[in-house]
Design a protein around this ligand. Structure first.
Ligand code: HPA
Length: 277
């Protein structure tokens, strides 16, 4: 498959170009007249209720699709209409700690690109490092710090679409929405309190185990990237409770109302909003 990289970059080795082809052909056959402009990738326990479902598949029913294995990552693809925008939702992602390749982690991004989608929103559960980021807050990612070496296709200055983010922040009146620095960790274990202090000193506002590899790939493909960290817990050492995946899933479920409002604004403010539905 020939993927157009706009920058002078090196291509990482993908082991799944044929799988991307098969999955995109299958989805194009089912999308019919629906032309999603934006893809939304949902992380741990996060859900979006679309207004109208055009088609919906279990990831395992889509030929070639790399199926997520972690609990809370449903492995479901939905095309439909949300707040008057045609969108594609990929619910569930794969992580490095599942022992998969970089190509597998970024598969969904290349699939969206292959479907002619040029805006992509990544949603991820995260721990709050900045003290004002309470459980249920939403942080739009302005940049990231990788706590571990990350073999990415391309790194350049503006992975996240700043103008898109600023338009959202200028319209959004929800005091729980802010922007900040996301720290990416490999996982799957949560951090130690000492690591969180180190991240805080380096300027980190929230910490999570996903989103960055995919954001780098999307940006390398020339897509507009919005990354949204949903704060599900105070980071290690900052709260009263032990961190657990079950607790994160539970808290993610409670952020739904804020998320729906934010996504409506994000879609309205996306660069292709004038040509939606
Ligand atoms: N650390 C890393 N990833 C996370 C966290 C956390 O505290 N919460 C949700 N995902």
């Amino acid at each position: 498959m020939d993927i157009p990289y706009p920058m002078n970059s090196f291509k990482i080795f993908w082991n799944n170009a044929d799988q991307t082809m098969s999955a995109s052909k299958f989805l194009l056959d089912h999308l019919g007249d629906l032309k999603p402009k934006t893809a939304i990738v949902l992380g741990s326990g996060l859900i979006i209720d679309v207004d109208a479902i055009h088609c919906q598949f279990s990831a395992s029913d889509i030929p070639g699709f790399i199926v997520p294995t972690v609990e809370g990552h449903k492995g479901q693809v939905t095309a439909g209409v949300f707040a008057d925008h045609e969108i594609l939702i990929m619910q569930g992602r794969v992580h490095y700690y599942e022992g998969v390749s970089s190509g597998d982690i970024t598969f969904q991004v290349r699939l969206a690109h292959q479907l002619n989608i040029r805006n992509i929103i990544f949603l991820s559960a995260a721990g709050g490092i900045r003290r004002s980021l309470d459980r249920g807050s939403i942080m739009l990612v302005k940049d990231h710090i990788c706590a571990h070496p990350l073999h990415a296709t391309l790194r350049h200055a503006s992975v996240y679409d700043g103008p898109w983010r600023e338009r959202i922040l200028s319209v959004c009146t929800n005091p729980l929405v802010s922007c900040g620095m996301y720290v990416w960790t490999l996982g799957p274990s949560y951090e130690t309190p000492a690591e969180i202090i180190a991240f805080e000193r380096r300027g980190g506002d929230a910490v999570g185990m996903s989103l960055v590899p995919e954001a780098l790939e999307a940006s390398a493909l020339g897509m507009s990237v919005l990354a949204v960290a949903v704060i599900t817990n105070p980071a290690a050492g900052l709260g009263d409770h032990c961190l657990s995946h079950e607790g994160v899933l539970h808290a993610a479920g409670h952020a739904q109302d804020h998320l729906a409002g934010l996504l409506t604004i994000a879609l309205d403010q996306s660069s292709s909003s004038d040509s939606s539905t």
